[in-house]
Design a binder for this molecule. Structure first.
Ligand code: 4AD
Ligand code: MG
Length: 429
């Protein structure tokens, strides 16, 4: 019977087959110890000269790192072995050889590894990060699905900008121009007028000329949007959402977090309430920390690190100078110079993981904003219709998925949190 390594506990004493790749090997005279991996775990297979055909013993001695193979044997409990179980081998079959595998247990430079991302994925650390990525995505979907948010997918080809025109990817579209989506938000705003609560979760694109640990040109964004929700409600949602998602990953992916040597006590502190401070408060904190931050600007990477590290859990910064925020954000009725915007910053230098806001729901105000931002009204007529026909107060946010996964995993750079990272200087493999 063919089993996966993580099913071994149900098959103690049985004869089984395991198909996988050779992770490592040790030999000592009459014994070969093969460490197999199959995506579900690691398992030691013991090949003893007196228990296998001569051919199989010889073959085992010649197996090389990352060759694929099928091993037959009996499962036994072995607390000292990785995973706690061992296979006493009766036969070994080589399926695909692997000669001079380029990624060896020694240290390699980052460019060397990124050039070989297709192979690097197999390493223990990368496997753990991507496993956590998948779990985080599942946790996020479960949170929203179980609370009645409808998952609808927004288009990638768009005729207009959502988050400013400076980092748009332009492409030819049958004789006219199209842009790759920077966000699904505007389309989700249309969808809430039909469903009340929706979310989209997909790839978004920004021609970022920044070579930082936090920037990709193609990244995934999870964006809930909700009718009748104000800025306070939006902050409540962001907070509750992050608390539940982090708790789920801590619970179900403890093993992977251990592989990553993540200090989980930092994640255990992710409990309600998160501090909520205004942009003006943030300015004061920066000044106290001798930053050369200028009031009215957006926070730079260093400022975000200072602000994030000022608290022991994520911090929400709200009420931003409207001038530096997107056209669709509603103004604060108590201070017209401010937008009802909120950013959530994660600690440990991971920076802005979420950006959200209450949306402008008034037709005339929105028309004014489009003009101020020099955006072509004709492409936004449909968006203005949402204010013409049954407008409602509404809010939503966009969570940068790779930054969030990077924070949970404690990785230095977001490039390790996506299968094949796309950055300013990297389109391959
Ligand atoms: O703050 P942003 O630009 O917000 C929006 O796009 C809104 N339309 C979202 C909404 O309200 N529905 O982007 C949202 C998040 C950021 O907080 C950040 O975490 C992430 O997306 N992000 C990036 N992540 C990786 N690489 C980049 N180049 C990113 N740019 C933004
Ligand atoms: Mg933002």
């Amino acid at each position: 019977m063919r089993i996966y390594i993580n099913e071994a506990k149900h098959h103690v004493g049985e004869q089984v087959q395991i198909a996988g790749w050779l992770y490592n090997k040790r030999s000592s005279g009459k014994l070969h110890f093969l460490i197999l991996r199959d995506g579900t775990g690691l398992m030691q297979a013991v090949v003893s000269k007196k228990e296998v055909p001569e051919e199989a013993f010889k073959l085992s001695g010649e197996l090389t790192q990352e060759c694929s193979l099928i091993v037959t044997g009996k499962v036994s409990e072995e607390p000292r072995s990785p995973g706690g179980f061992e296979l006493h081998v009766s036969d070994v079959e080589l399926v695909g050889k692997s000669e001079d595998y380029p990624i060896t247990p020694k240290e390699h430079g980052i460019e060397f590894l990124l050039d070989r991302r297709h192979l690097w994925l197999r390493s223990k650390r990368q496997h753990a990060i991507l496993r956590i990525r998948a779990e985080t995505a599942a946790a996020m979907r479960d949170y929203l699905n179980s609370r009645g948010y409808v998952n609808l997918d927004t288009p990638i080809f768009t005729p207009n900008a959502c988050e400013g025109t400076s980092n748009l990817f332009e492409t030819e579209y049958f004789g006219s121009k199209a842009y790759l989506a920077q966000s699904g938000q505007l389309y989700s705003e249309a969808a809430i007028m039909s469903f009340s609560k929706v979310y989209c979760f997909g790839p978004t694109f920004r021609a970022e000329k920044s070579k930082t640990r936090r920037h990709l040109t193609e990244f995934w964004m999870l964006e809930p949007e909700e009718a009748w929700l104000d800025l306070e409600g939006c902050m409540d949602l962001m907070e509750d959402f992050i608390v539940e998602v982090v708790a789920r990953v801590l619970d179900t992916r403890a093993e992977e977090l251990k592989i990553l040597e993540r200090d989980t006590s930092i994640l255990e502190r992710v409990q309600k309430p998160f501090p909520r401070i205004t942009y003006d408060d943030a300015d004061r904190i920066l000044k106290e920390n001798e930053s050369d931050f200028v009031y009215g600007d957006d926070f730079g990477g260093t400022d975000e690190t200072i602000l994030g590290d000022n608290f022991d859990r994520p911090v929400m910064i709200h009420r931003w100078p409207a001038d530096i925020k997107a056209f669709y954000m509603k103004r604060d009725p108590d201070d017209y110079s401010k937008a009802l915007a909120v950013d959530m910053l994660a600690p440990e230098g991971h920076g802005e993981v979420i950006g959200g806001s209450q949306r402008e729901d008034d037709l005339e105000e929105l028309e004014k904003r489009l003009k101020e931002h020099d955006l072509p009204k004709k492409y936004f007529e449909w968006y203005l219709d949402l204010r013409r026909y049954g407008t409602v107060p509404h809010s939503g946010f966009g969570l940068g998925f790779e930054r969030t996964v990077g924070w949970i995993c404690g990785t230095k750079h977001v490039r390790e949190t996506i299968l094949f990272p796309r950055m300013m200087y990297r389109l391959e493999p």
